[in-house]
Design a binder for this molecule. Sequence first.
Ligand SMILES: O=P(O)(O)OP(=O)(O)OP(=O)(O)OC[C@H]1O[C@@H](n2cnc3c(O)ncnc32)[C@H](O)[C@@H]1O
Ligand SMILES: [Mg+2]
Length: 191
Amino acid sequence: MSSSSSKALVFVTGNANKLREVKEILSEGGHPIEVDSQSLEIPEIQGTTQEVAIDKCRRAAELVGGPCITEDTALCYKALGGLPGPYIKQFMTELGHEGLNNLLVGFPTKAAEAVCTFAYSAGPGTEPIVFEGRTDGTIVPARGPKVFGWDAVFEPIGTGMTYAEMPSDEKNKISHRAKALAKLRAHLQSL
Ligand SMILES: O=P(O)(O)OP(=O)(O)OP(=O)(O)OC[C@H]1O[C@@H](n2cnc3c(O)ncnc32)[C@H](O)[C@@H]1O
Ligand SMILES: [Mg+2]
């Protein structure tokens, strides 16, 4: 982790795996974007993914005192009307990989959408802007290393592999996070 005294863009997150993927994705392509990071746990409100993301980014900008980005990941089960959605972290912690499957016992569809919402604030008092990326998949019994969140139980449509079974560069080509970051990158480059 590093922190910044200048006005470099700061990614505020308490999740080391997110930070690693964001750095990997932003370093690719012809125009790498550099971010500093601050490991802060920001309180998260209840609401839609966008409401949660905007509120978190507002709080982060106040703490950082400059431009920052935050990221929220939701896992939305079709059979459950989009839940657990932005509350997936607590579901993951309490139920584990098996529990994330068991939630769907009795439901005909195991379809789920991984949703990544980046929020960017130019600084304290500036309304955050959000950038969203979505990847469709299926909830399956865990396969692959259980290193990052629910990666082992999410199989993106048409890949035959869970996120956890993919080499990181493969995940980064199709992931919810990569799609959201492509939009954020375009915005930052237009400033
Ligand atoms: O500090 P922040 O950035 O909020 O980090 P967090 O870990 O609290 O993250 P979220 O609030 O967005 O909660 C999302 C949950 O989903 C998990 N997660 C996020 N991205 C994921 C990915 O690409 N693959 C698997 N699990 C992921 C993550 O570990 C959390 O349990
Ligand atoms: Mg969080």
